[in-house]
Design a protein around this ligand. Structure first.
Ligand code: GLP
Length: 241
């Protein structure tokens, strides 16, 4: 793992966006794995502004998002499809038909998981996967458990995740209790991984992820053995190291 320390959220965002922009410049047909959450908003802002200034061309990339809440439509403001459209896709020349997010309204979630795995396989795998981290060490929506998940699955969200994510909903009751998420095996199969972490509240879990034992109790700890994983974290997130 390569660890890059930045001063604050903004410099973390700029550094991460620079890394993605370089990958995109080297390979205009990049298969880019994307993430949602407050952590990645800043880096999307940089990518959008560089696109508007004429430095980036997204027209040939394919994107695959990590996860989606079960039961939320693409129009729901808290759905991850909505997030992606709003913060990145609608503001660049990304071809929407080449952007993929699990279908939160799938009538048969198991079939949707299978479809999503097949889709990633047909794309030839992911070149670069962007990740944030949950306070309990989840990546995508792969929650702590007894084993690392393989392909895309339907995951029951932990009480902590529901509580943390309730800040985006009007009440905790509105937070979906299940989500479709790319599996740990699929994430680990990406050629390169970029994990972004910011803020003091993520410091304890970042320490556990980087220095603790590799365990499904802290799903992100498996990144310790990825062949090409870069972590960009700000000083606050590294304050417990
Ligand atoms: C959600 C997403 C994760 C993300 C996490 C952290 O649970 N499923 O992919 O990493 O939130 O979000 P934030 O960046 O807002 O802390």
């Amino acid at each position: 793992m390569k660890l890059i320390t930045t001063k604050d959220y903004d410099s973390m965002s700029k550094r991460a966006a620079t890394l993605i922009a370089s990958e995109l410049t080297i390979n205009p047909k990049l298969v880019l794995g994307l993430a949602t959450g407050s952590t990645v908003k800043g880096l999307y802002k940089y990518l959008v502004s560089w696109y508007k200034e004429g430095y980036l061309d997204f027209s040939n990339i394919e994107t695959v998002n990590l996860d989606e809440y079960l039961g939320l439509s693409p129009e729901h403001e808290q759905s991850y499809r909505y997030f992606m459209n709003h913060y990145l896709f609608d503001q660049t020349n990304i071809d929407k038909s080449k952007t993929h997010v699990p279908d939160g309204l799938a009538i048969n979630p198991m079939k949707e998981c299978f479809r999503y795995d097949k889709l990633i396989e047909n794309l030839g795998g992911i070149n670069l996967q962007l990740l944030g981290i949950g306070h309990n060490g989840h990546i995508g929506f792969n929650e702590p458990g007894d084993a690392f998940s393989k392909g895309t699955s339907l995951e029951n969200l932990s009480d902590l995740t529901i509580k943390k994510n309730s800040r985006f909903f009007t009440s905790i009751e509105e937070v979906p209790q299940r989500a479709l998420t790319m599996g740990i095996q699929s994430i680990m199969a990406a050629e390169k991984i970029l994990l972004c972490v910011s803020g003091p509240d993520k410091a304890p879990i970042l320490k556990e992820t980087l220095t603790g034992p590799i365990s499904p109790k802290v799903p992100a700890s498996i990144l310790q053995v990825h062949r090409n994983c870069t972590i960009i974290a700000d000083e606050a997130a590294l304050s417990k190291m």
